[in-house]
Write a protein that binds this ligand. Structure first.
Ligand SMILES: NC(=O)c1ccc[n+]([C@@H]2O[C@H](COP(=O)([O-])OP(=O)(O)OC[C@H]3O[C@@H](n4cnc5c(N)ncnc54)[C@H](O)[C@@H]3O)[C@@H](O)[C@H]2O)c1
Length: 297
């Protein structure tokens, strides 16, 4: 497998494209928004520059990585002749079902269709196609070029052959794949998201400030980053969608999204991607300040 398409050029799509391109795959990056494609290439360039500065790669590696990526706004053009598609578009079930229907029609019969969804059922996504045995979850972690884990999720019909190809491909990318079965949130988000949601309830109930909550989890639990800062990294809209999928799938109060999370998404405070979430990033991602209105104590 040498020719890959990544659908969606947002936070995850640009990281997935970067990671494949750096390992010398030919990558077609597809987004409905030309602006998102332009931003993605600029972000990949900046991230590669940082790797050159740290002497992790050479200037030649940077140039060849960028030359391995082509961009498309037309999905049918962008999937011609590829071996694997990794879908990383917005976390929305209806959108993903529509994209997989389109992919099934536009791709070669042998093409494997993977989704980077954080929570939506792989089995349901596979049912939108006529190749359920070739549909699989390939859940990369953010930031993709750095994080080692790939959760490989088998839908009900995913074949052993496709699973072992995707496990091997993940290893070839320098990642460590873990095979899991299909359930809302899989393993990673089933455990992570209720913790983030609870941290938001803790803030909403004035138990501590943004920095207080994050510091407790960093110093007390040895987490590398606090849950509210992590939520800003993931995107608050993505966190909300994942909680909604788990609430729909499991029911119960445990999975009810915190009203503050709902309000922040409605207000467009989505975290790093909108420069404001629990922290304010208007001076750049590395200069985070607590966003005044959410600093409760
Ligand atoms: N953000 C994270 O930390 C994270 C981690 C793991 C998995 N995920 C999953 O990855 C996927 C993408 O999340 P993200 O954070 O990159 O979202 P994002 O909002 O940053 O980017 C989504 C991109 O998809 C594009 N898009 C929307 N409809 C499209 C279509 N029909 N065709 C092509 N492109 C389309 C949008 O224009 C946008 O550029 C989601 O399924 C999410 O759950 C996110």
């Amino acid at each position: 497998m040498k020719n890959i398409t990544v659908i969606g050029a947002g936070t995850m799509g640009n990281g997935i494209a970067h990671t494949f391109a750096q390992k010398d795959f030919n990558v077609n990056l597809v987004d409905i928004s030309a602006d998102a494609l332009e931003k993605a290439i600029a972000t990949i360039g900046k991230n590669l520059d940082r790797m050159v500065q740290k002497e992790k790669i050479t200037e030649d590696d940077k140039i060849s990585t960028l030359s391995n990526i082509s961009t498309f706004t037309d999905i049918s053009e962008g999937v011609k002749g590829v071996d694997l598609v990794v879908e990383a578009a917005t976390e929305n079930k209806d959108l993903k079902l529509k994209i997989f229907k389109q992919l099934d029609q536009a791709c070669n019969e042998a093409t494997i269709l993977a989704t980077n969804t954080s929570s939506i059922s792989i089995t349901q996504i596979a049912e939108a196609t006529n190749r359920a045995e070739k549909v699989i979850g390939m859940h990369f972690m953010n930031p993709v070029p750095i994080m080692k884990l790939v959760e490989v999720i088998r839908g009900k019909a995913t074949s052993d052959e496709v699973t072992s190809k995707v496990m091997k491909m993940s290893e070839n990318l320098g990642k460590i794949p873990v095979e899991v079965n299909d359930a809302p949130g899989f393993v990673a988000n089933r455990i992570l998201m209720p913790m983030i949601n609870e941290a938001i309830y803790t803030l909403d109930e004035n138990i501590s400030s943004v920095q207080g909550i994050d510091t407790v989890m960093i110093l007390g639990m040895s987490h590398p980053m606090g849950p509210l800062h992590l939520a800003d990294f993931i995107g608050l809209d993505v966190c909300l969608s994942i909680m909604e999928v788990m609430h729909e799938g499991f029911g119960g109060k445990k999975y009810t999204p915190c009203p503050l999370l709902v309000d922040m998404v409605a207000a467009g405070n989505l975290g790093i991607k909108s420069a404001k979430g629990f922290y304010d990033y208007s001076d750049g991602v590395r200069n985070k300040k607590v966003a005044a209105q959410f600093c409760k104590i």
